[in-house]
Design a protein around this ligand. Structure first.
Ligand code: ADP
Ligand code: MG
Ligand code: MG
Length: 248
């Protein structure tokens, strides 16, 4: 089973420390939630994992081997993919074009017709896998938010993924779309993908996550099994005081 570890990760922006010796470990086949108030450092931590930012200090290990990510491509090659909080599709391109963008780099010089038709059937497979029932030539601009999220997931799955980071994926989804997303996540679990799931909706974490790590002010303040922890404990860890004193 793949295993990912972040050890003592630190990151500052213009002298302001945002991550303070953060530790996180994620196994393949688990949904590991990251919980924390707005500004706690969740997205920054995940961007250091995805190669968007370089940590100032600390280590990232996969299956015990230290990783050096010079950028997003290195992280992807190691099997880590991030779906950002803000969606990153090209609205004026079609679903299919958005899905093929990742391949263009690899095939830029040598894309032949046979390869292209293979890629097109791959596009259909990916859309099936996420359950998006749309013609691949549909422009992304006409899709609803939930459908765009599915295209993002399909794009994430086009390369082999061992660890998938989802940063507040349900923020704009309907209940039905959220249930669809959870089905996809369960399918990823069955394929031994480790899913890092960021949300501050506790009811979602209890529905889908196996474990949770709580971040507060750029520090990891605890990792819990969702089966063994209560909502009150999580809120207390998240805000740093007991629930009774939450609104002093
Ligand atoms: P969360 O995702 O938990 O809401 P973020 O990681 O987005 O938190 O932000 C943590 C802190 O880091 C915030 O205070 C935010 O303003 C700051 N921050 C995040 N990204 C940058 C950046 N690129 N430059 C400067 N400050 C940043
Ligand atoms: Mg935020
Ligand atoms: Mg965030």
């Amino acid at each position: 089973m793949p295993r990912l570890e972040m050890r003592e990760i630190e990151k500052s922006f213009s002298g302001v420390q945002v991550l303070r010796k953060v530790n996180l470990s994620v196994e393949g086949g688990e949904v590991h939630a990251l919980l924390g108030e707005n500004g706690a450092g969740k997205s920054t931590l995940m961007k250091t994992l995805a190669g968007v930012y370089h940590p100032d200090a600390g280590e990232i290990l996969i299956d015990g081997a230290p990783q050096k990510f010079r950028g997003v491509l290195d992280s992807r090659r190691a099997g880590i993919t991030i779906i950002h909080q803000e969606l990153n599709l090209f609205p004026n391109l079609s679903i299919e074009e958005n899905l093929l963008i990742g391949y263009e780099d690899e095939f830029r010089n040598a894309i032949g017709w046979i390869q292209y038709s293979r890629l097109r059937s791959r596009v259909r497979e990916l859309l099936d896998r996420v359950g998006l029932d749309r013609d691949p030539s549909t422009p992304v601009s006409v899709l609803g938010i939930g459908e765009r999220q599915l295209v993002e997931i399909a794009r994430a799955l086009q390369q082999e993924v061992r660890f998938l980071i989802m940063d507040e994926p349900t923020a704009a989804l309907t209940d039905k779309e959220t249930r669809r997303l959870f089905e996809i996540i369960r399918d990823l679990k069955r394929h031994e993908v480790g899913v890092i799931y960021i949300s501050h909706r506790l009811e979602e974490l209890f529905a889908i996550a196996d474990r949770v790590t709580v971040l507060r002010d750029g520090m990891s303040v605890g990792t819990y099994s969702m089966r063994a922890v209560s909502e009150d404990v999580l809120v207390e860890r998240m805000v740093g005081r007991s629930v009774e004193n939450r609104y002093p």
